[in-house]
Design a binder for this molecule. Sequence first.
Ligand code: AP5
Length: 213
Amino acid sequence: MKPQIILLGAPGSGKGTQAAKLVDSLGYQHLSTGDLLRKEISSSSDLGNRVKSILAEGNLVDNDTVLELLSSNCELGSKHYIFDGYPRNIDQAKCLDESVLKGAESKAVYLHINLDDLASRLVNRRTCGSCGEIYNLISKAPKVEGVCDKCGKSDLTQRKDDNEETVVTRLNVFKESIEPILDYYEKAGRLVTVSASGTSEEVFEKIKKITEQ
Ligand code: AP5
């Protein structure tokens, strides 16, 4: 039986890219708290308006808001999820175990990469607003500028928090918070670390093996 996957890693380490591959090839459901928050912001909901400036600054949204959003979008049952962007601190890790996973088998996969490589990846990221495909102007440019290879729409956009100033804050927030989370999963015997510095295909092959173990 496939484990639930908790995808950990710095901004730009490739969580969204790998999650999309797991969805396509292994039938996982992708649950990204960042995507859920951005959806709320786009729809100008009360929640979205409350968190808009926090995402723009690169800081973390409060735990209660994120848990509410996660819980209302996750029905574990027989589904297999990739939790992307959650947890971001120990309280969130405990909530995920106690309120969502409730004993379901899970593995925390940490995409490890030198943080100095990430600013360039992030400022060059573009995402298709129609189908969500992730591009990079350096490592994975669309065949026709501004047009999505996958769905053909001219809707490639840059995330508002992918600017140099916000990227520095996001990487600092990550540095300050990741160690206790890794300790938590290590002590529980659920942590697997994967080098995320190869091509996205190479990284995917390693993650795929973890889901089969
Ligand atoms: P979130 O949306 O989770 O963003 P993040 O953690 O900063 O991660 P990213 O989505 O930026 O990067 P990624 O690892 O998915 O990389 P990707 O695959 O796209 O969070 C955003 C904000 O929401 C937070 O700052 C916070 O405010 C809030 N938030 C979210 N969750 C929260 C929570 N739980 N609690 C509180 N607040 C929360 O790849 C990046 C680029 O690199 C792409 O261009 C891609 O093509 C390229 N790339 C990927 N892999 C490779 C490779 N192997 N080689 C070369 N290029 C590659």
